[in-house]
Design a protein around this ligand. Sequence first.
Ligand code: PLP
Length: 401
Amino acid sequence: MSDPAFYSGLQQKLETLKTEGLFKPERVLASRQGAEVVAADGRTLINMCANNYLGLSGDLETQQAAEAALQKYGYGLSSVRFICGTQTVHKELEKKLSDFLGTEDTILYAAAFDANGGVFEPLFDENDAIISDALNHASIIDGVRLCKAARYRYANNDMADLETQLQAAASAGKRHKIIVTDGVFSMDGTIAQLDRIVELAQKYGALTMIDESHASGFMGRTGRGTHEHCGVIGKIDIITGTLGKALGGAMGGFTSGRREVIETLRQKSRPYLFSNTLAPMIAGASLAVLERIGKSTELRDRLHENTAYFRREIERIGFTIKPGTHPVVPVMLFDAPVAQKFAARMFELGVLLSGFFYPVVPMGQARVRVQLSAAHTREQLDKVLAAFEQAGRELGIINAA
Ligand SMILES: *Cc1c(COP(=O)(O)O)cnc(C)c1O
């Protein structure tokens, strides 16, 4: 407490965030997660901003599976995995994830942030090259920073630039090259072109890695992910992902791939070696979620029906969206203050969603992001669309009918 300038400096930076409109207040919920949530002030809102794609976060079956695992395995382990923090439920979940993803083995982490943070440094060094999409998630960027490999960045989803970067890495004489991309980019709902990425990887003798946080559980015919969607199951070297979005929504992450890779991570990956094991109730609930979505594509189908309906209707009302098929639907408002006003008005109208503007998205690309869930009913979506129409007219974004 002997450096007052430190604290006043922080205070000043916080004030700047507020005056620039970049301060992120926490929205406090008084209910469980779901298609509808209760705000701390007691108001019920339709929730359009959770990563709760399959609607399993506040779901009773998920909860009961967690309760059963809690009963059997207890609350926690007070240990990292390798000392005394591995239970049968962790091994079962790793096996189940490998089967689901079509890989040989899987290692669990406390978060996908840790999976990405701990994947590069044990596998690559200064002789190697990491070729990373410019819009990859912050945890990939941090993971790459912790590793000595040379970094090459390609423009988002730009296959010509990816090839240029592969050529640059090859001319630099790099030993191993790995192309790294989010399977789906969360700001735009863009799906990575994995078929073309795999082709380029084969052409240049490179490895491939995808982060499936916005895909696992619902992309592809049986929900296995972007690699299923793009027809490249078995052709991706490393898959990371989260248990904290579609696959239950509590927390937890994983890295999946060839046996040699996963064994190496168990020996060397720092967030795995030096951080506590995933709570057994989360492992148990995640297992139940994977069993459930393995038996029926009902939730995944409902999600995609909701997505198609919302995408069609929001355009019919007169809004501009980024085209696509993913349940992330960016409704473009272009202007930052308009996006802010719009999100605030939607909140008053009983709809929870997020506005995004520069620097989170490019200048002039301000938007509100809608995320569909299997848990949304048609009635709820119609209420949301009516609110969009009303707010859109009030703010002059769409023409009065
Ligand atoms: C959400 C997200 C993560 C982080 O997942 P956690 O399990 O919450 O740490 C990592 N990568 C991507 C692409 C994500 O969207």
